[in-house]
Each structure stands twice: as structure tokens, then as C-alpha cells.
Write a protein that binds this ligand. Structure first.
Ligand code: PEP
Length: 250
């Protein structure tokens, strides 16, 4: 019922010319994939990558956006600018934004509401740190981030929300949550969505897993009943591995 969604977060990698060359390869290598696919280049490459992937089966995503539409926000990027470039989705609440740039749940909630009001699909990231996991607080942290991030968002708007569960200790570290551990948290998050909205909303919402997903572990992760896709960092940066992830079911 839920279509698997594989998204690549390129982070601060690839110059615009490298991004264009890479996107051209992906358009060819991903054309027969039957999963939903997204790539999120850096802001400086978005415009050119948009031209390359136009008409392909790849959705154009951004890695972040400002919480207001315009004005005195030096260095920020507006939702209006992203929409104008053909961006269809945006990653919000990534752990690197939370930990390095101090983004709070309140700010993330403001960004999510703004993105939804402009019809962008939102990949809303949540996840616990190692310290929180070891203290037995993984669920508590994910529930709190979910509740605060989705505050004021209607059941109707949930159609444009994808939740990306990314345990912080697994991002870029080579450590992956075991499929069983990841499944347990995904199931709990879906339960939280049911509590906040309804069974219908919970059954429809896509919950991606993120944290060192690679061709070697993707099948097992995707086989879990509540894991509906992946938000991929490192393995999204080369054609062979991202293609293998996109075609994990072939
Ligand atoms: C990410 O940045 O969202 C991520 C999951 O990175 P990686 O796949 O490199 O762990």
C-alpha cells in the first residue's frame, strides 16, 4: 500500500558542475526503478540539476529552507525561491541542522508549516542520539520531536509529510540500527501518528529509515513492515550505490 521512497541527501558535496554530471548519470541509471526517488543537491546546484532531471522519474529536493518567506535573513533560502526553481520537496529537521546550527523543534515546526502551505512535500527528520538511546530514551525523544514538529499540522496536510527516522549515532558512522531495532521504533512512531491523528493517517504515512543505509543492508531494512524507504547520505553520492539502493527490490 505504501510506495517505497528512496531519497538522496547530497549534503555539502559536489560542486555545481560535478552535480550536473552526476545527475545526468542518475537520470539514465534510475530510469527503470519502480521506487519513488528524490535527490537533494546543495543550494548552489539546484537550478542546474533541476534542468537535468526535468521529465525524469526523480523528484527534486532541497536540504533546508528558511522559516519565513522573505526579508532580512542573510544567507538563507526562501521557499519562494525553491518553488521557482521547481523544487518539490524539502528535508527539514535533519540532525545536522539540529546539532550544528541549533535548530529547535519550534523552528522546525515553523519551517514545516511554511513548506506545507506552499505545497512542498516535507521529509521531516527525527531521531535520538547515542546518549539518549543508551539512557533508554529513544522512543521518548522521537515522540517528543514528532509531536512538536507536527504541532498545528492537519490530517489533510499529513499527506505531504514523510517522516525520516534517523538515529543520530548511525548517520555517517557506518553503524546501522539492526533491522529489528529500526522496525521497533518505526512501529512506535506509526503508533504515535495514530494517537495524534488516526489509524488511516498512520497507515498512509511513509516512514523512511536513515543512517548508513547501503546496498549491503538495504534489502533487510526495507523488508521490515514499518520501514517504507530510506534517506541516504554517503551512499547517495555515487551512481552505482544509489542505483543499487533505488533498485533494491529487483
Ligand atoms: C543522512 O544524512 O540523512 C544520512 C542518513 O547519512 P548516511 O547515509 O551517510 O548515514
Amino acid at each position: 500500500m505504501r510506495k517505497t521512497f528512496i531519497a538522496g541527501n547530497w549534503k555539502m558535496n559536489k560542486t555545481p558542475s560535478e552535480a550536473v554530471a552526476f545527475a545526468k548519470e542518475l537520470v539514465v541509471s534510475l530510469k527503470d526503478s519502480d521506487t519513488k526517488l528524490m535527490i537533494a543537491p546543495s543550494m548552489t546546484a539546484i537550478s542546474q540539476v533541476a534542468d537535468v532531471i526535468k521529465g525524469s522519474n526523480i523528484i527534486l529536493g532541497a536540504q533546508n529552507m528558511a522559516s519565513v518567506e522573505s526579508g532580512a535573513r542573510t544567507g538563507e533560502t526562501s521557499v519562494l525561491m525553491l518553488k521557482d526553481l521547481g523544487v518539490e520537496a524539502v528535508i527539514l529537521g535533519h540532525s545536522e541542522r539540529r546539532s550544528i546550527y541549533g535548530e529547535s523543534d519550534v523552528l522546525i515546526n515553523e519551517k514545516i508549516k511554511l513548506a506545507l502551505s506552499h505545497n512542498l512535500e516535507v521529509l521531516f527528520c527525527i531521531g535520538e542520539t547515542l546518549e539518549e538511546r543508551e539512557a533508554g530514551k529513544a522512543e521518548e525523544v522521537c515522540f517528543s520531536q514528532t509531536e512538536l514538529g507536527l504541532k498545528g499540522i492537519s490530517a489533510e496536510e499529513m499527506k505531504n509529510i514523510v517522516i525520516a527516522y534517523e538515529p543520530v549515532w548511525a548517520i555517517g558512522t557506518g553503524k546501522t540500527a539492526s533491522p529489528e531495532d529500526a522496525q521497533a521504533i518505526h512501529k512506535a512512531i506509526r503508533g504515535k501518528i495514530e494517537e495524534l491523528y488516526s489509524k488511516e493517517v498512520a497507515e498512509k504515512v511513509i516512514i523512511q529509515y536513515g543512517g548508513s543505509v547501503k546496498p549491503g543492508n538495504v534489502k533487510e531494512l526495507m523488508a521490515q513492515p514499518d520501514i517504507d524507504g530510506g534517506l541516504i547520505g554517503g551512499a547517495a553520492l555515487d551512481t552505482d550505490s544509489f542505483t543499487a539502493l533505488a533498485n533494491y527490490n529487483k
